[in-house]
Design a protein around this ligand. Structure first.
Ligand SMILES: N[C@@H](CCC(=O)N[C@@H](CS)C(=O)NCC(=O)O)C(=O)O
Length: 212
């Protein structure tokens, strides 16, 4: 996939909050050895700030992470940031540009965004009803079963090499632990998570976010 204007030597900053979806691009950055400045965003007084109390809405008016600044341009949306990063190191972060493999990669990324990442969102609300919580957990379980079946055929979600989809899936499936969702019904997913966890890039990103 061509990426005309931007190169590996672009000046980049990743804005993140520890343990959120911003961990996915952080893992990818460390895995691929990209040179990116990390900027931690803090939740303060109902808003989000970074640096010396700078309002994060200047970077992303929605106040959401991740955001990636590239040569002065801001890119938001986890999936898009991941796809951008993949263009910078195509040898280490394979992203098929044609054929069925291309559509499968887009399919799995969109599945992670809509069926896992977004599905988890209401669980963080203190006001969610128990019945709704149970329904969401069931839906997440169904999504995990889909991964289980993909991982029955391939070592990684996009085939037999680690890709940006795996960093994203590792982070989004990991939230299950916060809601007592046991991985027992999904042994392949569980083993896959261990493999991603053990990667040096993942270990570095987890340490840098204070999660190890
Ligand atoms: N559509 C955005 C959603 C990003 C999002 O939901 N970010 C969450 C963390 S996972 C966030 O920044 N929440 C604000 C907070 O945690 O204070 C994307 O896909 O990147």
């Amino acid at each position: 996939m061509a990426n005309g204007q931007f190169k590996e030597c672009s000046i980049m900053k990743l804005f993140y909050i520890s343990g959120t979806c911003a961990l996915a691009p952080h893992i990818v950055i460390r895995d691929a050895g990209l040179d990116v400045e990390l900027v931690e965003v803090r939740r303060e007084n109902g808003g989000h700030v970074y640096g010396n109390g700078i309002d994060y809405r200047r970077v992303n008016p929605l106040g959401k992470v991740p955001a990636l600044e590239v040569d002065g341009n801001i890119i938001t949306e986890t999936q898009v940031i991941l796809r951008f990063l993949a263009t910078l190191k195509p040898d280490l972060l394979p992203f098929p540009s044609s054929g069925m493999a291309h559509w499968r990669m887009l399919e799995v990324l969109n599945f992670i965004t809509t069926e896992i990442h977004r599905t988890f969102s209401p669980l963080w609300s203190a006001h969610i009803a128990d019945a709704h919580r149970r329904e969401i957990i069931q839906n997440i379980g169904r999504a995990f079963s889909r991964f289980e079946s993909i991982l029955g055929k391939n070592e990684y979600l996009g085939g037999n090499s680690f890709s940006v989809a795996d960093a994203y899936a590792f982070v989004a499936t990991g939230w299950a632990e916060l809601f007592d969702l046991d991985f027992e019904p999904w042994p392949l997913l569980s083993a896959y998570r261990e493999r991603i966890f053990a990667r040096p890039g993942t270990q570095t990103a987890l340490r840098e976010q204070g999660l190890l």
